[in-house]
Design a binder for this molecule. Structure first.
Ligand code: HEM
Ligand code: HEM
Length: 209
């Protein structure tokens, strides 16, 4: 009885706290779907006129051929850009970015990276990101902004010529777009591996707790 009474008086245990509010979870999963469509269709677009001496295997591209891939790319870009805008605006207005993603101190990044490689990083409190997570999350958000802007620059190089010029012209914007994709794919591989290694973090991005 008395234990029960004590419980009521105590603040909620960390395990019961809301880690990811609903707007983070909804925008996260819409973004994941949109990103995968953009990556798959982008690879098919790339294959039609490769920038480098390789192409992506057809089995992992989306759209079947250039025109099909462009349709997918231009359909999912609205979802990606609008959803991303909602996430960034709410991230700023609610103070989430300020609370969870900054400051990032180089010393802490090195220390946490070292601990991570030794398997000594603590994942007890999911509501606080370690320095490596902060760096990667902020980095991928910036890569998302760059890929949308460079995408717009190569989509409408005449109407948006100031934007295209900002990237150093159409050809340079195409390279920027490509390397931003590579950064996002690199993040995604690591991100999915880490979330599978820490299953309770995966649960939290679905249920919030
Ligand atoms: C608002 C967002 C975006 C817009 C407006 C956009 C637009 C475009 C355009 C116009 C092209 C070139 C089509 C052509 O050469 O005819 C392209 C290519 C491509 N996009 Fe996007 N894109 C966006 C987001 C993304 C995202 C999120 C990814 C992947 C994470 C991505 C990956 C690619 C790739 C890999 C290519 C082929 C690169 C090349 O060979 O030039 N794009 N995109
Ligand atoms: C498709 C598979 C994906 C899985 C399984 C996944 C899983 C997760 C998990 C478990 C978390 C919470 C992690 C934590 O507590 O640190 C998370 C957060 C996050 N994910 Fe993903 N994710 C996926 C796709 C993506 C993609 C495509 C992006 C962006 C390109 C992304 C960006 C983020 C960001 C920025 C956060 C932090 C959100 C915040 O706290 O505001 N994720 N993800």
């Amino acid at each position: 009885m008395s234990i029960e009474a004590d419980r009521v008086m105590l603040p909620a245990a960390p395990a019961g706290e809301m880690i990811h509010p609903v707007w983070v979870r909804v925008t996260h999963w819409i973004n994941a779907v949109a990103m995968i469509v953009m990556i798959g269709s982008g690879w098919e677009i790339y294959n039609a006129s490769p920038l480098f001496a390789f192409v992506f295997p057809r089995e992992i591209t989306l759209g079947g051929w250039l025109a099909g891939a462009l349709l997918w790319h231009f359909a999912a870009m609205w979802l990606l850009a609008l959803n991303g805008l909602v996430y960034i605006v709410l991230g700023i207005l609610t103070g989430r970015f300020r609370r969870k993603l900054v400051p990032i101190r180089p010393g802490e990044v090195f220390a946490d990276a070292k601990a991570a490689f030794r398997g000594k990083l603590s994942y007890d409190d999911l509501s606080v990101y370690n320095a490596v997570q902060k760096l990667l999350y902020l980095g991928v958000i910036l890569a998302g902004v760059v890929i949308v802007l460079s995408g717009l620059a190569i989509w409408k190089p005449v109407q948006l010529q100031e934007l295209t010029a900002l990237f150093g012209g159409y050809d340079a914007a195409r390279y920027v777009h490509f390397f931003a994709m590579a950064a996002i794919v690199g993040f995604l591989v690591l991100h999915v591996i880490m979330s599978l290694l820490v299953p309770k973090s995966l649960r939290a991005i679905f249920t919030g707790r």
